[in-house]
Design a binder for this molecule. Sequence first.
Ligand code: 0L1
Ligand code: MG
Length: 263
Amino acid sequence: MTLSTSDVAMLAERLDRAALERRAIAKITNEFPDMGWDDAYRIQDALRARIEARGADCHLLFKAGLTSRAKMVQMGVSEPVFGFLKPDGQVSNGDTTPATAYIHPRVEAEIAVRLKRPLKGPGCHVGDVLAAIDEVMVALEIIDSRYENFNFDLKSVIADNTSAAGWVLGEPVRFRPGMDLAHCGIVMRINDAIVSTVAGSAVLGHPAVPVAMLANLLAAQDREIPAGALILTGGASAACAVKAGDRVDLAIQGMGALSVHFS
Ligand code: 0L1
Ligand code: MG
């Protein structure tokens, strides 16, 4: 830990303003190259506190990021990251969202899970996660790094709440024993052109893996993933840039489909 409490607050405010004003900024490690991993999550926590002070309740909304090999290669990193979703970032399935609501939006095909019981680490594993899942959903994450040209390192991106911006969910499907989240096919299309075809196993081998990792990360702060939590398990493919006029369709085998339009 190298950042003072006032630096953490200043950087959270900087990132919050950049998001509110849809303005890209330089990555924060340019100015604070020695900041630690815990500093990055301290800034993310301070950012969440600012957002919750405006009336948002984020305590059941989690996301994993950088979970697929394709995404890690795209961003030049080798580890997943974790953040939270903002309630007002949700776009209803089939709806239109203005491209101007974002700085430089990209979309990611994801599997979302909702838990029926809490998950607490350390030692949380895939079996615990599978026993705790109540529902699964097709999910599209709309990411929007607050950094110029998506140019960042892992610490900067954690502080920036892992580029979280928008999210779309399909209809919930009851999770049944034997439902195979690793081998389900995932197809994303933009304007009817297929932009990715992958399987759920692209997410760290199984989408339950990042959920277990999140529970174990939170345990270090004596926190847990509460019952009822929604978790976007991370992009199964590289992220695709979108612009006004684009329509995105996402289908996952056994889970259904969703669509969203950018105006
Ligand atoms: O959800 C994600 O995988 C995004 C993680 C942050 C990196 C990025 O902006 O692509
Ligand atoms: Mg994502």
